[in-house]
Design a protein around this ligand. Structure first.
Ligand code: SAM
Length: 243
């Protein structure tokens, strides 16, 4: 079987999918509080920026991939309104269930589906907007997943990829120190899971940087791709147009 990476380790592709599932099974119940703690609330700003760039209009059909606990799906649903449709999806049932329960508690019932981004169960051209926030990094075949995202968009439709990226050089050392010393400790104390948060730090280093991801998106069929660096490149938003 082909090899890939899980953080800094080389593993079989099937082993990577199994271990990614284990990570999100383990963290699902503490995922939201961990996000706020680790990013000091910044993930809310990054997501709000993504929502503003997406500019979902009433009536739009939106697919949120790797949607987890539903932050983007919730914001998009408010904009798409009753004439629109937002489909909240994730490969991991524990994450999706946590998100669905949270949205239901807030009075929002969205179509929710377990699905693998590498094999999307939707007809070509079904959506105006596709989003994936902090999910692409965990996928085994990013090229396949991006090609699937392109396929399910209508011509002129847009993909928003929000993901950790390559931080500006002057911040690299303190960011490494924080990622490898502080993050796993917060994971240990709050989520009782140090290893998953070490994987988070490692997986960020293994993810394609801004230009490499832009290239992958172009290869997948996006004619135009804009890159927005956020927080000095800690995170980048890639916005691709299917054209
Ligand atoms: C860090 S969470 C992001 C959740 C949410 N989008 C957010 O921004 O808070 C990453 C999510 O990617 C999902 N994921 C990993 N591989 C996937 C795949 N192949 N297809 C769909 N989702 C996947 C995980 O199950 C997990 O819920």
């Amino acid at each position: 079987m082909a090899q890939t990476h899980f953080g800094f380790e080389n593993v079989d592709e099937a082993e990577k999918a199994r271990r990614v599932r284990q990570v999100f099974d383990s963290v699902a119940s503490r995922y939201d509080v961990m996000n706020d703690l680790m990013s000091m609330g910044l993930h809310r700003v990054w997501k709000a920026y993504t929502v503003s760039v997406a500019a979902v209009r009433p009536g739009d059909r939106v697919l949120d991939i790797a949607g987890g606990t539903g932050d983007l799906a919730r914001a998009f649903a408010k904009q798409a309104g009753p004439q629109g449709m937002v489909v909240h999806t994730d490969i991991n049932e524990a994450m999706l269930r946590t998100g669905r329960d949270r949205l239901t508690d807030e009075g929002l019932a969205l179509p929710t589906m377990v699905c693998d981004a590498e094999r999307l169960p939707f007809k070509s051209g079904s959506f105006d907007i596709v989003s994936v926030a902090f999910g692409l990094r965990n996928m085994t075949h990013k090229d396949l997943a991006l090609a699937e995202m392109c396929r399910v968009l209508r011509p002129g439709g847009r993909l928003l990829v929000l993901e950790f990226s390559k931080v500006a050089a002057p911040l690299a050392k303190p960011y490494d120190w924080y990622s490898f010393n502080v993050l796993p400790k917060i994971g240990k104390w709050v989520a009782k899971d140090e290893a998953s948060y070490r994987y988070l730090a490692e997986s960020i280093r293994m993810h394609p940087d801004q230009q490499a991801l832009k290239g992958l998106m172009k290869d997948a069929g996006f004619g135009h791709v804009d890159v927005h660096n956020l927080t000095a490149g800690v995170v980048a938003l890639h916005a691709g147009i299917k054209c």
